[in-house]
Design a protein around this ligand. Structure first.
Ligand SMILES: *[C@@H]1O[C@H](CO)[C@@H](O)[C@H](O)[C@H]1NC(C)=O
Ligand SMILES: *[C@@H]1O[C@H](CO)[C@@H](O)[C@H](O)[C@H]1NC(C)=O
Ligand SMILES: *[C@@H]1O[C@H](CO)[C@@H](O)[C@H](O)[C@H]1NC(C)=O
Ligand SMILES: *[C@@H]1O[C@H](CO)[C@@H](O)[C@H](O)[C@H]1NC(C)=O
Ligand SMILES: *[C@@H]1O[C@H](CO)[C@@H](O)[C@H](O)[C@H]1NC(C)=O
Length: 669
């Protein structure tokens, strides 16, 4: 029954999502990409298709199918994609195989081979028209068996690694002059691939990225090919990347990716792309050699002094730019809550990797010590494009800064920069609660610690909902947003942050911010967060703390465990205690465990009005009032629901990509 509902929801979701086939990833933090082979997402938000391992392949696909065909005409619609990639070989002059942008009937290409097969095909199916695969290869090795033209080319592959058309890598500058490019230089490069559904023409264009400058797409494409893709592509296909290594080692990266059917893919924001910090050592040597050559060339003294002055100017500019922040008149009144970017920069030692505490849905968090006050802080850098609504948001942030409760993380203030907002919080030495619940944690919490944390969080939420001068909806209650101070007291963090995206949101799309598994069904439907939806998330949080599992977790290869379902089944059998975390051992109070599990089920009721208020939750936990008998509420498993998505990671939805629920909303209008 419950599963049916889930499938219905899922069906609805995919159906509507497919109407608007576009997405954008400016970096892959908290993306839900399907990965296989040796592909992985790095903590920096890079998609690394292959690492330095021989004869391996890596695939990364957008998790949902994309509808390529107009159902009436059966012809492939226009589509467009743009991405930024980099290939870093072990040796500067040799690389292994390349990267392919691929459109395929399946996610991943299960029977494909690495090396010269690029993770696309194998020796028996290469060239077979039953493949239904379209690819654009960025090939860095000459494979004579596939008639490659050289070891640095771009090619259009239709069911076959013998490219239908190919040309050496490069671009046409604004004067129409051809410029060579080396695909495996190690530096990021931009690619655009477009298919014109009317003219049946494929265009591919390359351009280098000059760091710090906006990329302009060359007007003349590098490679064009006229071909009707209608017999090649099926209606519903998957899009992604494939890459392989041979006996020479190289790493293949994608930094950002945007895609759209029936229109121009949205431009990537180069400034938001993750940095490629991991230079191959050989490339570094190459760089140093280049530099030393310049230095040994004798330059006339006058030129040197000119150079010196220019350098000084540049250094001054860089310094000014480095600490640039935005301060508008209306912010004067928030004086004490504003931090100088310079101070935060020094506090965090330049936002160095060492001080990185974590990467969350909203941005990176760094540890720091404010030099003047010696205050230990956590600084969250939230990227924010739109200036719209900033004033309201800052006033809200400042008023949130006035919230004081022993179970809330104290917000000290903020700083604004171009495209960025920095929030300064109290530093919590023991990190977030999720680190103590799943995946073989170093320290396990016993029952009395867990119960205290639960009660603490509940009282923090009551304060937000009822005890402060304004109602504050948290919108993202979950274990990873609960931080632990030095005595393992729970402090809820991140409240109200998702509002940023409400204020700044494009009026045509509704951005649903929250985390799958914790989102109440009516929240998904209407996009509105309420006290009731906070109670729902709190219910999911209760179960995760008692059971030591995520709301939607993986068990085995392809199976996922929906925690609420599992707890409900245990309760129905009359053995609700069985759902508890096995690591609790025997040292627990069974009445308390039972109470929390049942309360969790009650909070997760699909009917918002049946859920208790947070005030009542506290009363139940303190056993001031008795929990109603669940059976009297005619609770059935279909009465408990989660928003459910194919990807079951506990990650905040990427607000930049079209999220599934968003499409449900637009479909509902
Ligand atoms: C590459 O990835 C594989 C699988 O994830 C891992 O076993 C291997 O150690 C990695 N190699 C390097 C050099 O990072
Ligand atoms: C090649 O791939 C096809 C399916 O795409 C599969 O049926 C076949 O067994 C594979 N052949 C080899 C030699 O791996
Ligand atoms: C193409 O593949 C199909 C099914 O995998 C197979 O029946 C057919 O013989 C293949 N054609 C060639 C030319 O190999
Ligand atoms: C570009 O590369 C080709 C082949 O590697 C070479 O023949 C040509 O001279 C190069 N052109 C320039 C302008 O460097
Ligand atoms: C793709 O379409 C062809 C016919 O156009 C069909 O034979 C094939 O099974 C389809 N493949 C998939 C994976 O749906």
């Amino acid at each position: 029954m419950f599963l049916k509902l889930v499938f219905m929801l899922f069906f609805l979701v995919t159906l509507v999502a497919s109407k608007d086939n576009s997405f954008i990833y400016n970096g892959f933090q908290s993306s839900h990409l399907y990965l296989d082979g040796i592909a992985e997402l790095t903590p920096d938000g890079l998609l690394r298709l292959t690492n330095d391992t021989e004869h391996e392949k890596g695939h990364a696909f957008y998790p949902n199918p994309v509808v390529f065909k107009n159902t009436i005409s059966e012809s492939v619609s226009s589509f467009s994609t743009t991405f930024v990639f980099a290939i870093r070989p072990q040796y500067p002059t040799l690389s292994s195989h390349g990267i392919v942008f691929v459109v395929s009937p399946t996610k991943g290409l299960p029977n494909s081979k690495a090396s010269q097969y690029l993770g696309l095909f194998n020796q028996s199916n290469n060239g077979n028209s039953s493949n239904h695969v379209f690819g654009v290869e960025l090939d860095t090795l000459l494979s004579s068996e596939f008639d490659d033209i050289n070891d640095n080319h771009i090619g259009i592959d239709i069911n076959d690694l013998k490219s239908a058309n190919s040309t050496p890598a490069g671009y046409y500058d604004s004067n129409g002059q051809f410029k060579n490019m080396s695909l495996f230089s190690g530096y990021p490069m931009h690619v655009w691939i477009e298919y014109d559904g009317e003219k049946k023409k494929i265009d591919a264009t390359l351009a280098p990225i000059n760091v710090g400058f906006n990329v302009v797409k060359p007007t003349r494409p590098l490679l064009s090919f006229t071909k009707d893709l209608s017999p090649i592509l099926n209606t519903s296909m998957y899009v992604g990347f494939s890459s392989s290594t041979g006996s020479i080692l190289s790493s293949h990266y994608v930094l950002g990716w945007s895609f759209k059917v029936n229109g121009q893919a949205q431009n990537l924001d180069i400034s938001k792309l993750p940095e490629l910090r991991t230079f191959a050592p050989e490339l570094r040597i190459l760089d140093d050699k280049k530099k030393s050559k310049i230095l040994t060339v004798g330059l006339p003294l006058s030129l040197l002094s000119l150079l010196f002055m220019i350098t000084l100017g540049i250094m001054y500019y860089i310094k000014w730019k480095k600490f640039a922040e935005i301060l508008e008149d209306w912010e004067q009144e928030y004086g004490p809550h504003r931090f100088k970017f310079k101070d935060l920069y020094f506090a965090t030692k330049g936002f160095g990797e060492k001080g990185l505490l974590g990467v969350g849905g909203f941005g990176r968090v760094y540890k720091g010590v404010i030099q003047s006050s010696k205050l230990e802080v956590a600084v969250k850098r939230v990227s924010n494009e739109s200036r719209q609504g900033m004033r309201e948001f800052v006033s809200e942030i400042v008023s949130i800064g006035r919230l004081r409760h022993r179970n809330l993380v104290q917000l000290h203030g903020y700083c604004r920069r171009k495209r960025e907002l920095l929030l300064v919080y109290d530093y919590m030495p023991n990190g977030s609660l999720d680190n103590y619940l799943y995946k073989q944690p170093k320290v396990r919490l016993n029952w009395s610690q867990r119960f205290r944390i639960i009660k603490g969080v509940a009282s923090g939420v009551v304060y937000l909902h009822e005890e402060w001068e304004k109602v504050v909806i948290h919108r993202d209650i979950k274990a990873s947003n609960v931080l632990l101070d030095s005595e393992f007291n729970a402090r809820l963090g991140d409240f109200g942050l998702s509002r940023l995206y409400d204020h700044g949101a494009d009026p045509h799309t509704t951005h649903l911010v929250g985390t799958i598994g914790y989102l109440a069904p009516e929240h998904i439907r209407t996009g509105k967060a309420t006290k009731f939806s906070d109670v729902f998330s709190f219910g999911a949080f209760l179960l995760e703390v008692v059971c030591g599992r995520r709301p939607i977790g993986r068990v085995g290869e392809n199976e996922s465990l929906i925690l609420v379902d599992y707890v409900f089944e245990c309760w129905k059998r009359g053995e609700i205690l069985e759902a508890k975390d096995v690591y609790l051992g025997t040292n627990y109070v069974s009445e308390e465990v039972e109470l929390v599990l049942k309360l969790g089920l009650l909070c997760l009721h699909s009917e918002p009005l049946v859920r208790p208020s947070m005030r009542q939750v506290v009363q139940y936990l303190e056993r001031d009032i008795a929990l109603p008998d669940l059976s009297s509420l005619s609770l059935s498993s279909s009465g408990l629901t989660f928003g459910y998505q194919e990807c079951v990671e506990d990650k905040t939805m990427p607000y930049t990509s079209v999220s599934i629920a968003e499409s449900v909303l637009s479909g509902g209008r």
